[in-house]
Design a protein around this ligand. Structure first.
Ligand code: NDP
Ligand code: ZN
Length: 350
C-alpha cells in the first residue's frame, strides 16, 4: 500500500475537500500511474451529491484520467514505465460473461466495477477516482494515449467522447444521416464533433440562442433553440437520430416529433423516469424508437482515442485548479463552462 491524496466528498451535502488515503501496491496485472489530468463530468456531481441514490462515501470522483505509468506488475505486457495512458469509467468487470466476451464490459452481467464508489472485486475496498495523485488499475482497463493528442484535452474523450461515440457507431451513423445533439455541455460538444467526423449532418438543440455561433464553430451545420416552439415545429419529421445529453427530466415529446419514421432518440443523460410521459402515438405512428446507451467498452474507448487523433478531434477544455472544484461544480450546473473542466493535477501538490 502507499499513501495518495485527492479530493473527496464525505457526505451528500459536504463540499469536496482534500483527503489522504491508501492505494494498493500493484497486483501482477496492475498498472500504476501518476495522474496528470482528470476531466470533470456531470456524473461526478450526480454521484458526489448522491442524486442517483447509489453513492458510497467517502466519494472521490473522476473517471476521465490521464497519467504516466510509474510501475507495472509482473504479468503486464502492454505498458511500460513512462507511457502516457488513460483510465475511463470502469476499472474491472467479470471478464467472462457474454457482454465482457463481446468487449462490452459496461454491460457486464455481474455489473462492472466503476472507477469510483464501487467495491473492488478482489479486496472489497471502495474504489476512489481520478481527483487524486495516482491510481492503480488492471492493465485490461488501461488505454493508450495516441501521439498527437494533447494529453489534457484527451482526458474528456475517456467519458464524454466514448459516451457519444459508442451509440453513434452502434446505430451506424454516417454520411447521409441527419443527427440532432441535445444540449451542448461536455458530452454534447463531443457529440457534435464526433457525429460530424463520422460524416453526418449535425444540428444542435440548445436552450440558449447565445450558443449558436459556438456550435457552428464546433462543426454543427444548424442550431435549433429548443425553447422556441416555431423552430421546433419547423423541424418536424426531419432527423434520423437524436443524441440526448440533457442531465435532468425533460419533455421528450417535442423532440420525438422532429424524428423521421424509424428515427431513434438515444438517451445518455437521463437516468430517472421519463417525465412527462411519452405519447405512445409519437412512437407508433412513425415506428420511432427510444434507446439508451452507457459509456463504451475498453476496446471501443481505445478506438475513439485513435479516431480523435486521426480526425483531429479534440475537446474544448478549461484547465482547473483542484482547489476550485466546488465552484466548478456550480458553474457546470449553470452551464458556464466551455465545455469541459479538466483538473491540472499539479495543483493538488500546491
Ligand atoms: P454538462 O453539464 O456538461 O452538459 C449538460 C447540457 O445539457 C448543458 O450544457 C445544457 O446544454 C443542457 N441542460 C442542462 N440543464 C438542462 C435543463 N434543465 N434543461 C434542458 N437542457 C439542459 O453535462 P455532461 O455533458 O457532463 O453530462 C450530461 C449527462 O450525461 C449527465 O447527466 C451525466 O451524468 C450523463 N452521462 C451519461 C453517461 C452514460 O454513459 N450514459 C456517461 C457520462 C455522463 P444547453 O445549454 O446547450 O441547453
Ligand atoms: Zn462521465
Amino acid at each position: 500500500m502507499y499513501t495518495a491524496i485527492g479530493y473527496a466528498a464525505q457526505t451528500a451535502t459536504s463540499p469536496l475537500a482534500p483527503m489522504q488515503f491508501q492505494r494498493r501496491s500493484p497486483r501482477p496485472d496492475d498498472v500504476a500511474l501518476d495522474i496528470l489530468y482528470c476531466g470533470v463530468c456531470h456524473s461526478d456531481i450526480h454521484q458526489a451529491r448522491n442524486e442517483w441514490g447509489i453513492a458510497v462515501y467517502p466519494l472521490m470522483p473522476g473517471h476521465e484520467i490521464i497519467g504516466r505509468v510509474t510501475a507495472v506488475g509482473s504479468d503486464v505486457t502492454r505498458y511500460q514505465v513512462g507511457d502516457m495512458v488513460g483510465v475511463g469509467c470502469m476499472v474491472d468487470s467479470c471478464r467472462s460473461c457474454k457482454a465482457c466476451q463481446a468487449d462490452l464490459e459496461q454491460y457486464c452481467e455481474e455489473g462492472p466495477t466503476m472507477t469510483y464508489a464501487t467495491p473492488d472485486r478482489v479486496d472489497g475496498s471502495n474504489t476512489m477516482g481520478g481527483y487524486s495523485s495516482s491510481i492503480v488499475v488492471s492493465e485490461h482497463f488501461v488505454v493508450r494515449v495516441p501521439e498527437g493528442l494533447d494529453p489534457a484535452a484527451a482526458a474528456p474523450i475517456l467519458c464524454a467522447g466514448i459516451t457519444t461515440y459508442s451509440p453513434l457507431k452502434h446505430h451506424g451513423v454516417g454520411p447521409g444521416h441527419k443527427v440532432g445533439i441535445l444540449g451542448m455541455g461536455g458530452l454534447g460538444h463531443m457529440g457534435i464533433k464526433l457525429a460530424k467526423a463520422l460524416g453526418a449532418e449535425v444540428t444542435l438543440f440548445t436552450r440558449s440562442a447565445a450558443k449558436a455561433a459556438e456550435a457552428r464553430r464546433q462543426g454543427a451545420d444548424h442550431v435549433i433553440v429548443s425553447t422556441d416552439q416555431a423552430q421546433m415545429q419547423a423541424a418536424a419529421g426531419h432527423f434520423d437520430f437524436l443524441l440526448d445529453t440533457i442531465p435532468v427530466q425533460h419533455d421528450l415529446n417535442p423532440y420525438l416529433e422532429t424524428l423521421t419514421y424509424d428515427g431513434v432518440h438515444i438517451l445518455v443523460g437521463l437516468v430517472e423516469p421519463i417525465d412527462p410521459p411519452i405519447h405512445a402515438a409519437n412512437l407508433i405512428l412513425k415506428r420511432r424508437v427510444i434507446a439508451g446507451s452507457l459509456i463504451g467498452g475498453v476496446a471501443e474507448t481505445q478506438e475513439v482515442l485513435d479516431f480523435c487523433a486521426e480526425h483531429n478531434v479534440s475537446c474544448d477544455i478549461e484547465m482547473l485548479d483542484i482547489r476550485h472544484i466546488n465552484e466548478a461544480y456550480e458553474r457546470m450546473i449553470k452551464g458556464d463552462v466551455k465545455y469541459r473542466f479538466v483538473i491540472d493535477m499539479a495543483t493538488l501538490k500546491a
